[in-house]
Design a protein around this ligand. Structure first.
Ligand code: KG4
Ligand code: ZN
Length: 348
């Protein structure tokens, strides 16, 4: 029988992406246009610029995705689009286009929670990879990105339950802000990851916030402040002492990164114990962090837990993960009307 084809649309932040996914599992096309380079000169994502780039790039990228999948608009069976969380103006571009397509093609429409999308990146067959990994439930998922740090329980019936999250900065945001203080540019995660590989994670013992409380919540803004305080204390904010700071960058990066990773690992293991999970899924841009992957793999192994994470291209924002999550929701009976709105805190 013919495959079911979902169009996945993602415009929540600074990636414009369109994907065609067969049966919710197989990627036929996943076209991603990242605006990171354009936003870099401002030190972060500029919302209005992001919206306008989505607006001009959307239709050409949609054409590209269809061509890559070798299909036409009429072949689509379902339109899935990120409805939030994200930048409202950026989300509006994707949602408006999704509604226009659903109406003109007379096809069902499903609005997707962006974080459900990140989690579903774990259940896609990447290019040349077949078959797609089957979800192992119950599981816990740690979603760590520039905008989010959240723990979820993937219930045996396929439902999602939020277990905890950051009370202030997201983990990726902490990487970005600390990198800026260190004069390393944007985005900070990949640079800190690289520098930390040559540093001593114990040279600067930064605080591990909320490590010892019972919650599954996180806090990273104090850690950022601790790094700034250390720079001030040593006089390393003085441009004349840049060389001295540079000599200590690997140790500073390693110390900061280890403080983030220790808390992420401890809380994820605690969450797995709490819900009786045997499987841990990692997702989001920070899931690319090598120390996090290594330490979480070691902690999971010690607990008898399986750890899985998507390939790097599916860790960051993309339409395929939205198609996968939208298809799963559609299978469970979810349908949205043409009055679908963006939502900064949508239902899972
Ligand atoms: O998921 P994503 O592409 O966009 C959001 O939805 O936020 O995540 C981007 C975030 C940025 O904060 C970036 O610094 C971080 O992921 N990141 C990393 C690494 N690669 C990207 N953080 C730590 N280590 C990395 N290797
Ligand atoms: Zn994201």
């Amino acid at each position: 029988t013919r495959s079911h084809l979902t169009l996945g649309i993602e415009t929540s932040c600074d990636e414009t992406s369109f994907a065609v996914v067969a049966d919710g599992r197989r990627i036929l096309a996943n076209v991603i246009l990242s605006q990171t380079r354009e936003h870099r000169r401002y030190g972060g994502v500029v919302p209005e610029l992001a919206s306008r780039r989505h607006l001009t790039n959307a239709v050409p990228l949609l054409h590209e995705a269809l061509a890559e999948a070798g299909i036409g608009l009429d072949d689509l069976d379902l339109i899935a689009v990120t409805r939030g969380p994200g930048l409202v103006g950026a989300l509006l571009v994707g949602v408006a286009l999704a509604k226009a397509l659903a109406w003109a093609l007379d096809k069902p429409l499903v609005g997707v929670h962006h974080l459900a999308g990140h989690i579903h990146a774990n259940f896609l067959a990447g290019p040349g990879e077949e078959p797609a990994p089957a979800p192992r439930l119950p599981a816990v998922a740690l979603v760590v990105s520039g905008g989010h740090t959240d723990l979820f329980h993937l219930q045996a019936d396929g439902g999602l339950e939020w277990l905890g999250g950051t009370r202030d900065d997201a983990a990726g945001e902490a990487f970005d802000k600390v990198a800026r203080e260190l004069g390393l540019g944007y985005p900070g995660g990949p640079v800190i990851d690289r520098l930390a590989a040559r540093g001593d994670p114990q040279a600067f013992p930064f605080p591990r916030a909320m490590l010892d409380d019972d919650s599954l919540d996180f806090s990273f803004s104090g850690l950022k402040t601790a790094v700034i305080y250390e720079l001030e204390r040593r006089g390393w904010r003085d441009p004349d002492r840049r060389a001295e700071l540079e000599a200590h960058l690997p140790d500073l990066a390693a110390g900061f990164q280890q403080a983030v990773v220790d808390v992420l690992v401890a809380k994820t293991v605690r969450a797995a114990r709490q819900v009786g999970a045997r499987q841990v899924y990692l997702a989001g841009g920070v899931a690319a962090n090598r120390r996090l992957r290594r330490d979480l793999a070691a902690a999971a192994a010690a607990e008898g837990l399986e750890l899985a994470y998507p390939p790097p291209v599916l860790c960051t924002d993309n339409g395929a993960m939205i198609a996968a999550a939208g298809y799963a929701a559609w299978r469970r009976g979810r349908r949205d009307g043409l009055d679908l709105d963006v939502d900064p805190d949508p239902p899972l």
